[in-house]
Design a protein around this ligand. Structure first.
Ligand SMILES: Cc1cc2nc3c(=O)[nH]c(=O)nc-3n(C[C@H](O)[C@H](O)[C@H](O)COP(=O)(O)O)c2cc1C
Length: 149
């Protein structure tokens, strides 16, 4: 079966006066509407995401990351399955520490290990893939994921 991957990414735009706005960049909403308009009620849709908890830029500690939140909206809207990409080595809760780890991973072209795999990948024909932008790119763990599927 041909599987369609739809990418969505989340960046945090910090405006002056410390106001934050979350912007989803992608055609994920359009794709979601297309699926709904076609009455696609099969459970052949999956939302895969990587997201981080802990200290985030300018907002303090978060228990649910931005991408996780958007993924949960998609899941609820489409009534589909979800899969979280969880690193074996958790990223530091401290924001600055995390940026250092992420920068080193990018420099090393690392492939951080993921705890789990999607068992029944072939049964999905539409997959939403969500991740934050790290240092202007995908977090390296996303390359691990994309190379493993
Ligand atoms: C290690 C790291 C690097 C980041 N690099 C960027 C960046 O290059 N550009 C940007 O706009 N935001 C950057 N951010 C901010 C995240 O993209 C943003 O906070 C995102 O919403 C976090 O998503 P999450 O809560 O799902 O992990 C970075 C955050 C971290 C932790």
């Amino acid at each position: 079966m041909k599987t369609k991957l739809i990418f969505f990414t989340i960046i945090l735009i910090v405006l002056g006066l410390g106001i934050s706005e979350v912007t989803a960049i992608s055609d994920a909403e359009t794709a979601a509407n297309d699926i709904l308009n076609n009455n696609n009620s099969d459970s052949d849709i999956l939302v895969v995401y990587f997201s981080r908890t802990g200290e985030n830029y300018n907002v303090g500690n978060v228990e649910v990351g931005n991408t996780a939140m958007v993924a949960s909206y998609i899941k609820e809207y489409l009534k589909c399955d979800s899969f979280e990409i969880v690193p074996i080595d958790k990223y530091p809760d401290n924001y600055d520490e995390c940026t250092k780890v992420a920068s080193k991973e990018q420099e090393d072209n690392a492939r951080p290990k993921i705890t789990d795999k999607i068992d029944n990948f072939d049964s999905y024909n539409t997959i939403f893939v969500g991740y934050p932008i790290w240092w202007g790119d995908l977090p390296m763990i996303m390359y691990t994921f994309l190379e493993e599927i």
